[in-house]
Design a protein around this ligand. Sequence first.
Ligand code: NDP
Length: 247
Amino acid sequence: MAQSLKGKVALVTGGSRGIGAAIAKRLAADGARVAITYAKDANSATDVVKAIEAAGGKALAIQADAAEPEAVQAAVEKAVAALGKLDVLVNNAGTAIPKPFVDTTLEEMDHVINLNIRGMFVTTKVALQHMNDNGRIIMIGSCVGERNLTPGLAAYAATKGAVKMFAQSLSREVGSRGITVNNVQPGPIDTDLNPASGDWATPQKAVTALNRYGHVDEVAALVAFVASPEAAYITGANLTVDGGTNA
Ligand code: NDP
């Protein structure tokens, strides 16, 4: 495989499972040294690091709740100290609590807002203090941040709409440094958060054009391209990888 990210350093939040783990492995396969953060599951984080190292790469796992500013600050500083610099930030940590909005508690609303929006703000701000010129900031938004076909996602979709506008807006503030800011918007992807089987999966699969869930590697491939030098003229863009859900 071409090593398009050779010599680069990437930080992937929520990189221990699901989409984030696939992104971390793919960026490492493309030549980057990679730090991942995770909240709770140290074993999964260690597995990702081991898989990257077994393939000849360099990786580091850091426990840091993306919703806790002090933890995020320490994680970014630790990644930079251990890996030498920062070229690519992937804001992947995020979650959904699918349920009718009228049944959603204030605590649940606060949780998705704090992780999906506030955590992304804080991580991006700290990362920008360390990021090299011509760096890459990549948000993992969602296709529901633009158009939502699935009841039960009102609060989550609103947070991903915020991710979209943040990426577009920030691109205009850091472009003078050659830093690009883009929002990768997955559709239904088979992970612990959104398993491809079960009642919840049926309506999501039905609204794809391809009549299937996506694989984590299909999101990672798009992220790897956006992170690469070839994507230097793509910024402020919302890049959807959703099997045609929003077609
Ligand atoms: P998973 O729940 O499968 O994995 C989440 C990852 O994030 C885990 O590594 C988890 O680590 C970590 N994480 C969770 N909470 C925190 C936290 N507070 N701080 C730091 N890390 C945390 O999610 P997915 O892979 O499915 O989703 C990843 C991203 O993709 C999210 O932003 C999601 O909104 C988005 N997305 C997902 C879609 C899908 O269909 N799966 C569709 C569209 C967007 P730990 O186990 O330690 O908590």
